[in-house]
Write a protein that binds this ligand. Structure first.
Ligand SMILES: NC(=O)c1ccc[n+]([C@@H]2O[C@H](COP(=O)([O-])OP(=O)(O)OC[C@H]3O[C@@H](n4cnc5c(N)ncnc54)[C@H](OP(=O)(O)O)[C@@H]3O)[C@@H](O)[C@H]2O)c1
Length: 300
């Protein structure tokens, strides 16, 4: 039986702790900044609430799942109290292992174990972490520890270059939060086109859901439809003209430029898919020319 400790008592700490304590990794203690949160997290997992320094003193293999900004300070608090060195992994996606340097300085093997999933509540996490991917990286023992934990919760460990966590995390934000941004932008444009504002989301949902399914389908490239896939330059031109004008007049970037920039950026990624499918070079180039920003703010 390999006991572990957890610093942090938010949704990630609680859901990971709950899953691990039921899969061969009993959680000996959970710490938080406030006593109340530590008690709440401990009750959810079924363990003892302690303070950060206690986690350092335990010198157990440790998961650190605190707010990103608090990571250096929490690592320093653990390090200040540590006895024998152990292993620690944090769950933040944007930082590499280096953010745990105070522990590395005390001989700990440090790394990252970032769940590539959205975890708004502990209950969500207990359901969504099995089957999720986890970005891992760091020193050898830390990576071995992270891989074992990921395997225990039924996740999938993927290696990330230790210096590339900001890029890896930006990709995660594009695929996750980016969906929210796309729905927000499309909803605003639909409402401006006259669709009832309280209907736009339900109008867009079947289209968005089918597209998501198709994009991840085995032949995703070939399920792409629409003007870029067809090489329909005239339609892309009409879209750009609509996006950079309002009431027949050119608008500035500050007014609605974000939507033209968004459309242009999406189009250039769609062109990559269309080229892979064999779109003619002339069509590719004429569409690319249409979305070469910025033409907005000047003559439409
Ligand atoms: N939630 C997600 O969807 C998700 C997904 C993947 C990765 N992550 C990452 O996992 C980590 C934990 O995220 P989370 O959403 O579970 O919880 P969180 O809200 O980011 O962090 C909560 C924990 O951090 C502690 N904390 C906050 N400020 C502190 C400070 N100044 N000093 C010491 N402790 C402090 C809190 O203590 P008190 O409450 O007692 O003040 C609490 O234990 C973060 O790095 C996050 O980026 C989150």
């Amino acid at each position: 039986v390999a006991s572990i400790a957890i610093a942090g008592a938010g949704p990630v700490a609680q859901s990971l702790g709950w899953l691990l304590s039921r899969s061969g990794y009993p959680v000996q203690a959970v710490a938080s900044r406030s006593r109340e949160r530590a008690e709440q997290g401990a009750a959810f997992i079924g363990t003892a609430p302690v303070g950060y320094e206690d986690i350092g003193r335990l010198s157990l293999p440790t998961i650190i799942a605190v707010t990103d900004a608090a990571l250096p300070a929490v690592a320093a608090r653990l390090a200040s109290a540590t006895g024998a060195p152990a292993v620690a992994v944090h769950t933040c996606g944007v930082h590499g292992p280096d953010v745990l340097q105070p522990l590395a300085d005390k001989g700990w093997s440090v790394g990252v174990m970032h769940p590539l999933q959205t975890i708004p509540t502990p209950e969500h996490g207990t359901r969504s972490l099995p089957g999720a991917a986890f970005g891992i990286g760091g020193a050898t023992d830390a990576v071995a520890f992270a891989s074992a934990l990921v395997g225990a919760v039924g996740g999938r460990a993927i290696n990330v270059r230790p210096d590339a966590f900001p890029l890896y995390h930006a990709a995660a934000v594009v695929a996750g939060n980016g969906i929210f941004a796309l729905v927000e932008a499309a909803s605003a444009m639909m409402a401006e086109a006259g669709v009832e504002p309280d209907e736009v989301r339900s109008v867009l949902e079947p289209l968005a859901r089918t597209s998501l399914t198709n994009a991840f389908g085995p032949d995703g490239d070939h399920r792409l439809t629409g003007p870029v896939a067809r090489g329909d330059t005239a339609t892309v031109g009409a879209h750009m003209a609509a996006l950079i004008t309002r009431d027949g007049r050119a608008v500035t970037v500050e007014q609605t430029g974000e939507r033209a920039l968004l459309y242009a950026a999406l189009t250039s990624w769609l062109l990559r898919i269309a080229r892979r499918r064999g779109l003619a070079a002339t069509s590719t180039e004429s569409i690319a020319a249409l979305v070469r920003i910025p033409s907005h703010g000047g003559t439409p």
